[in-house]
Ligand binder design. Structure first.
Ligand SMILES: Nc1ncnc2c1ncn2[C@@H]1O[C@H](COP(=O)(O)OP(=O)(O)OP(=O)(O)O)[C@@H](O)[C@H]1O
Length: 241
């Protein structure tokens, strides 16, 4: 079995229930958007998927590996881009990637080959000697995505990766990851609260107040409505209910 599978996953912070029996499957090579308003539970889900938190309620399978029973195998197949940037601003692009490669046990020629391949994937090779502080926000984000691919994971998680970027840069990065997912068979889970980052053919999960309200292709879910209207009607209705 491949891709990413979540089954009956629940999580509470003390008495505050943040996720309630969430289940979904993203097939290998699919781009899936996770859409939810503030407080929906997106970051909690990411924390569980990356094993920052654990839960006894429910299961997570990454590329066929159960995260609680075979965590090393599962995490090896996963690349993550967190919401908060974690680059060293005083180091060059290449040096940032060398450190990360070392964390994964890659050094010497193997590390260099991986770094160049990762930079090529994000069209960043010509910037490898630049200091991160000198890069604009879009290039810093591209670098973080390149870094997350160094160990060639088959599943890539991105938690609101375009926060703070202008519209043109957001579009360029979202288009790029959609293309990578198709060309390399990468399974992508892209958390966002921005509907314009989602394409009609994407799988779409709508999360609200810890519950998965919908799971299907964006086009099928929105019907003839703009996705933003569909999302608002759904989340507003269930807030009132
Ligand atoms: N450490 C915590 N203690 C108690 N409640 C928390 C904690 N962290 C999150 N919550 C609550 O859990 C729910 C889900 O929060 P979460 O941060 O996962 O949502 P989110 O979809 O990521 O929101 P955002 O887009 O604002 O980051 C919210 O009601 C939030 O207030």
């Amino acid at each position: 079995m491949s891709g990413l599978r979540v089954d009956q996953l629940s999580f509470a912070y003390g008495r505050k229930q943040a996720l309630r029996e969430v289940s979904f499957h993203i097939p290998q090579g699919s781009f899936c958007a996770l859409l939810g308003p503030n407080g929906a539970g997106k970051s909690t889900l990411f924390a569980l998927l990356t094993r920052l938190f654990t839960s006894r309620d429910g299961t997570i399978e990454i590329a066929g590996h159960d995260l609680s029973q075979a965590p090393r195998k599962a995490l090896k197949q996963m690349g993550v881009v967190f919401q908060q940037p974690t680059l060293d601003l005083d180091l060059t692009v290449h040096r940032n990637l060398t450190y990360f490669a070392a964390l994964h046990g890659f050094s010497g020629r193997d590390a260099n080959t991986r770094i160049e391949a990762a930079l090529d994937r994000l069209n960043m090779r010509e910037r490898q000697k630049e200091t991160v502080r000198d890069l604009n926000g879009g290039h810093r984000r591209r670098l973080e995505i390149a870094r997350s691919l160094i160990h060639t994971p088959s599943v890539l998680l991105l938690d609101e990766p375009t926060v703070g970027l202008d519209a043109a840069t957001r579009k360029s990065i979202t288009d790029h990851i959609h293309a990578l997912s198709q060309s390399e068979g990468l399974t992508v889970l892209w958390a966002t609260h921005l509907t314009d980052e989602i394409q009609d053919t994407d799988q779409l999960l709508i999360l609200h107040q810890g519950r998965l309200l919908e799971d299907g292709t964006a086009q099928a879910l929105r019907g003839t409505q703009p996705l933003a209207d569909h999302f608002l009607s759904l989340t507003e209705e269930s807030t009132v209910a």
